[in-house]
Design a protein around this ligand. Sequence first.
Ligand SMILES: [Zn+2]
Length: 273
Amino acid sequence: MERLKKKALNLERQRFLGPESETVLDRLHVAVIGLGGGGSHVVQQLAHLGVGNFSLFDADLLEDTNLNRVVGATEKDVERATPKTSIALRLIKGINRTARVQAIRTKWQAEADRLHECDVILGCVDSLVERAQIEATARRYLIPYIDVGMDVHLVEEHYAVGGQVMVSLPGHACLRCMGIISEDVLGAETAHYGEAGPRPQVIWINGVLASLAVGSLVKLVAPWHGNQMPALVEFDGNEQTVEHSQKLRLLTDRVCVHFTQLSDFGDPFWPKG
Ligand SMILES: [Zn+2]
């Protein structure tokens, strides 16, 4: 019985993150939007780190085509069509039973108000339109947004794989500033919606990008390293390299011109009642 009372998660070996890091991480409330290949990796790492509060958003049930990359999923989950939120909840609780988890099995847009209570939003979704919507919501709610984007392209006869992780902070460079989103690519995605079929996904690329995203999050809340956090890092899966984006040099001293209206910042209707 005595053993059961003891907290299972011993974080002694990550104390170098800062003397208060255990408390900071336990009090931290992270929203993870999308619990597929990227999001499931992120959730697993955050649970091991000792993050104490989660709001998990995904409307999907596990399918056999997901089993190549959803961390924590099993064959039984395919048979039972387990919701991805339930798999993530089970994964977190299996690591840290004291974690507080809200598993929200719906499109995040339907419950966007619940993002208000989160300290950081981590987005692991495919659609650029959706990523633009998450960023706009994060700006409005004045919450840091960490965006994970994976790319697989056929270049001549070979595939180019990789992606990027962007930290989008209110008042600073946004996905449009970085050239990740533009009206052209949003228009093209909307025009071809449903035609492309499922996008290629593979676990190790997701794993690298998820690790970079978690690293960005930890630097945001426990600045253990002292160095300035790069807003955009790029992973080249073919070359196996991770670099600070060259775009950052072009953006030095520039301010974001995309979120400038009063309605882009702050929600006058929150808190309700
Ligand atoms: Zn911008």
